[in-house]
Write a protein that binds this ligand. Structure first.
Ligand SMILES: Cc1cc2nc3c(=O)[nH]c(=O)nc-3n(C[C@H](O)[C@H](O)[C@H](O)COP(=O)(O)OP(=O)(O)OC[C@H]3O[C@@H](n4cnc5c(N)ncnc54)[C@H](O)[C@@H]3O)c2cc1C
Length: 379
């Protein structure tokens, strides 16, 4: 495709958000003339996306496994929640990349370039993007999904994790969303284990930490390996695949420009209090594709008005009382109606879902956090 001619749309970053949008556009003959810019040399199975499909998405056939029941363990008790309506689902990035890239590469109006967007000029009448290969491209509109790591301030935390797809005998039978029995120093961070058995002798084990400053994923990977040695016996389990991540549990730091919208995990699609982004990205991609196919400008991710405030209060409470994190999550599992809790965690609660989730938590620390959030300099 001739890249000297201006495009209708340029997408900076061909990861989950960029490819989700482009995939939807690629289903239409009248798709806008689109260029995706990404420096990746190859697409590998670099992450596993999990969450609840509270809204439909086009990757149902790529779901590797689903669980209707999820357990939470603390030192005091174990609780299991069950939902027939919203099974927790797991997608492997590899299948998503294959499906989206095939559709995009087959479409005559869509192209990809392997390069890094180095400089962006965002004007009322269009965007100009300078690439690190010396090229310059023009487009009427832009969608920027590039990660934007920034230092985090109080009360926001980093979510660091190291995951291993393990093969071993005697795998757990049930999915465990949070096992707080592994952490022994809440001041270092809130630690929990996440276990998703997806085959008779295979499961994804992930050691997660909420804390600030971020913890090196290597530290967590070592903690996970030691845990697996203790659980299965050294030398009796096999690592099939590994993944690590560092996600900001914080609101987006950048806002939309004139002809460029900022979106993706760092642009408002990631829920600050959970780190879930995949399903919110799918909802955004539906809305954005619909607008573009009607000839309208792209839309950014919507974070809602209430949830960012509630996330701030919850994160402030966690930051001040890390030792009480297992209790807070257990109360949510025990007391909130399961489907309300799932919609709340997924970022699409009704008013009554929000009230029932709030009602499950102890009021005193939340009220204290609310006061701290509204009084300047106290969060
Ligand atoms: C290991 C891992 C596991 C995760 N698991 C879950 C999960 O279970 N559930 C969930 O909801 N969320 C999960 N997330 C969070 C989130 O869903 C993912 O990070 C998701 O990939 C975010 O999509 P994105 O498009 O915003 O970013 P990415 O998918 O990271 O895409 C950003 C793209 O931008 C490109 N890029 C970077 N710099 C430039 C540049 N200068 N110019 C052009 N392109 C550039 C990158 O190469 C990349 O392809 C996980 C994240 C990680 C890292």
């Amino acid at each position: 495709m001739n890249r000297a001619r201006p495009f209708d749309l340029v997408i900076l970053g061909g990861g989950c958000a960029g490819l989700s949008l482009a995939y939807r556009l690629a289903q239409h003959d009248n798709a806008p003339r689109t260029l995706i810019i990404d420096p990746r040399v190859e697409y590998t199975n670099d992450r596993t996306w999990c969450g609840w499909p509270v809204t439909a998405h086009p990757f149902q056939d790529d779901v590797r496994a689903r669980w209707h029941a999820l357990t939470l363990h603390t030192d005091q008790a174990s609780t299991t929640i069950e939902s027939r309506r919203y099974p927790y689902e797991m997608l492997e990035a590899e299948r998503f990349y294959t499906r989206t890239l095939t559709a995009i590469d087959d479409h005559p109006s869509m192209a990809r370039v392997q390069a890094r967007a180095a400089d962006v000029e965002d004007r009322e009448d269009g965007v100009t993007v300078a690439l690190d290969n010396g090229e310059t491209v023009q487009a009427r509109f832009g969608v920027d999904t590039r990660p934007q790591p920034k230092p985090l301030t109080s009360p926001w935390l980093w979510q660091d994790f190291a995951g291993i797809n393990v093969q071993a005998d005697e795998m757990p039978q049930h999915a465990e969303l949070m096992d707080f029995r592994v952490g022994d120093n809440p001041q270092a961070g809130i630690d929990f284990l996440y276990v998703l058995p997806y085959a008779p002798n295979q499961a994804l084990f992930e050691w997660t930490r909420f804390g600030r400053p971020p913890t090196s994923p290597t530290t967590l990977e070592r903690a996970l390996e030691e845990y697996l040695d203790t659980r299965f016996g050294a030398g009796t389990w096999q690592a099939l695949r590994r993944e690590t991540g560092t996600l900001p549990m914080a609101p987006p730091t950048r806002t939309n420009g004139r002809s460029m919208v900022v979106t993706g995990a760092y642009g408002g699609s990631m829920r600050a209090a959970t780190g879930y982004a995949f399903h919110a990205i799918q909802r955004w991609a539906d809305e954005c594709a619909e607008a573009l196919l009607k000839g309208q400008p792209p839309v950014g991710a919507s974070t809602g008005r209430i949830l960012p405030h509630l996330d701030r209060i919850f994160m402030s409470t966690l930051a001040r009382h890390p030792e009480r994190a297992p209790e807070f999550y257990r109360l949510l599992f025990d007391k909130a109606p399961t489907d309300s809790l799932i919609r709340f965690l997924s970022g699409v609660p009704s008013v009554s879902d929000t009230l029932s989730v709030m009602n499950a938590l102890p009021w005193a620390p939340l009220i204290e956090s609310t006061l701290r959030c509204v009084l300047p300099g106290r969060a």
